[in-house]
Design a protein around this ligand. Structure first.
Ligand code: TYD
Ligand code: MG
Length: 455
């Protein structure tokens, strides 16, 4: 007989304490401790398989370790493959987080019904089998090897897995699962942790990849526990503005690939469409030149993207000038405005400045500074930037244009998309200007750029 024990858990970060606390010592949030029952001995037994193999291992010289290149399976979804680092790794556990309604279930269901050679088990704890089928029909069922299971009890789930022996398991969502070993309610910290541990053990022992869908809380972390992120191999975040159709799949942690990769989707009436050339959709096609619009060459992960920056500068009629940004850091905008004022002599102090990155994406890359400045000055002076010109440069406090990373990728992406001119920093070395079709202007400071662009 195992002894039933209880413990207090912070529902925000998963911190465990033997007694109730008002304030969590780990994440400093108040009133988050809830008592949860656990059966210690059973839990230990569940882990014994993993720990015994660890004790047996001994140190090996790194050069003596031989490994086989793991055969990855494609998910039939090029953007997801890219974010995973080249496909699904056998025995891996992937957690997909995102706000409610962003499209996590749609994405995973789309993967489930479009992989013809794999037996897939889609466990749905949130919606009924009929609801899921309806959604799958809307997306388009391309394979006949996807099984649906409406189950929340993990012990029953494992029984079904044993019978079916699937090649891939998708769980929607981890917060609905419930293990009989733990007394507390579904979605509580200890339940989520226990269910994930059970699934993790299954994934590692059977070599079956498992995808877990997890909700995120208001402050953007995966609901329940940070501990979940430590347990799984890969954490993907699905994000985007719910009112816009573009969605971005980002890797936050990846034991099998880079975390700088990015996948872009568009939510349509019949599911998610992969966007393989994002620059085309991020740049508005228009027939006439407009002041305040400039194109910046940015990099997300290893992927160059050309994005459109729009700004509107107008005289502030109501007292304090407003500065507002969408998709761009407001503090950075203030800094650039100060540089333009001090080093460029533009009187922007009494102007409202609105800055918008088109397409609803967020950019943190400092290399778009130059494009931001040009967009502001273009709007301020009401002179459009000539067609076919783009920018890639960081701006220093002295108004100098600083070098940016991966400048060759940015230049070649601009060239591929038919741009005629690009402005980059003079200090960016290692680029063969003569070998490119696009005209590369290497500049040292803002004045040189403005002379070139606005004459
Ligand atoms: P859903 O995958 O249920 O989100 P999550 O699992 O992350 O909570 O889908 C969310 C939204 O996507 C839903 O509000 C409707 C929309 N949607 C479409 O626009 N087209 C589609 O084909 C589908 C299936 C959903
Ligand atoms: Mg869902």
């Amino acid at each position: 007989m195992s002894k039933i024990k209880s413990s207090f858990f912070c529902q925000s970060c998963g911190y465990q304490s033997p007694k109730w606390l008002g304030k969590c010592p780990s994440c400093a949030s108040w009133n988050t401790f809830v008592e949860e029952l656990l059966q210690k001995d059973d839990k230990k037994a569940a882990f014994s398989g993993l720990s015994s193999s660890r004790i047996a291992s001994k140190p090996t010289l790194i050069s003596d370790i031989i490994y086989e290149k793991q055969a990855r399976t494609s998910s039939a979804n090029a953007e997801l493959d890219r974010v995973l680092g080249g496909g699904i790794v056998p025995g891996s556990m992937v957690l997909i987080g995102g706000e409610p309604g962003i499209g996590k279930s749609t994405l995973m269901l789309q993967v489930a019904v479009s992989l013809p050679d794999m037996k897939i088990l889609y466990v749905t704890g949130e919606e009924s089998e009929q609801q899921t089928k309806m959604r799958a029909e809307r997306i388009g069922i391309k394979s006949n090897s996807c099984y649906l299971l409406a189950e929340t009890n993990t012990q029953n789930l494992f029984k079904q897995i044993e019978i079916l022996n699937p090649d891939l398991v998708i769980v929607d969502s981890v917060q609905t699962l419930q293990s009989a070993f733990i007394e507390s309610a579904a979605g509580s910290i200890s339940q989520v942790r226990e269910c994930t541990a059970e699934l993790l053990k299954f994934a590692k022992e059977s070599g079956t990849p498992v995808f877990l869908i997890g909700h995120i809380t208001k402050d953007g972390t995966i609901a329940g526990p940070k501990i979940l992120e430590h347990m799984v191999d890969t954490v993907l975040q699905f994000e985007g503005d719910r009112h816009l159709s573009y969605r971005i799949l980002r890797s936050i942690k990846n034991r099998f690939g880079s975390t700088s990769e990015l996948g872009i989707y568009e939510m349509l009436g019949n599911g998610l469409r992969e966007v393989s050339n994002p620059s085309e959709i991020l740049i508005t096609q228009r027939d006439f030149a407009l002041s305040g619009v400039s194109i910046g060459a940015t990099i997300e992960g290893n992927r160059p993207l050309l994005i459109e920056i729009q700004s509107l500068v107008s005289i502030a009629t109501y007292g304090t000038p407003q500065r507002s940004t969408t998709g761009y850091d407001a503090k950075r905008l203030n800094m650039l405005l100060a540089v333009l004022e001090k080093r460029g002599g533009f009187r922007l102090g009494q102007q409202d400045v609105f800055l918008n990155i088109a397409g609803g994406i967020k950019v943190e890359d400092p290399a778009i500074d130059l494009a931001v400045c040009c967009s502001i000055i273009s709007s301020f002076e009401d002179i459009p930037i000539p067609d076919g010109v783009c920018f890639a440069g960081e701006i220093g406090l002295g108004g100098e244009i600083r070098a940016v990373n991966k400048v060759e990728n940015r230049v070649s992406e601009a060239e591929k998309l038919g741009f005629k001119e690009i402005y980059i920093s003079k200090y960016n070395k290692g680029i063969e200007i003569n070998s490119t079709k696009i005209k590369v202007n290497q500049v040292a400071n803002l004045r040189e750029v403005f002379e070139g662009v606005f004459g």
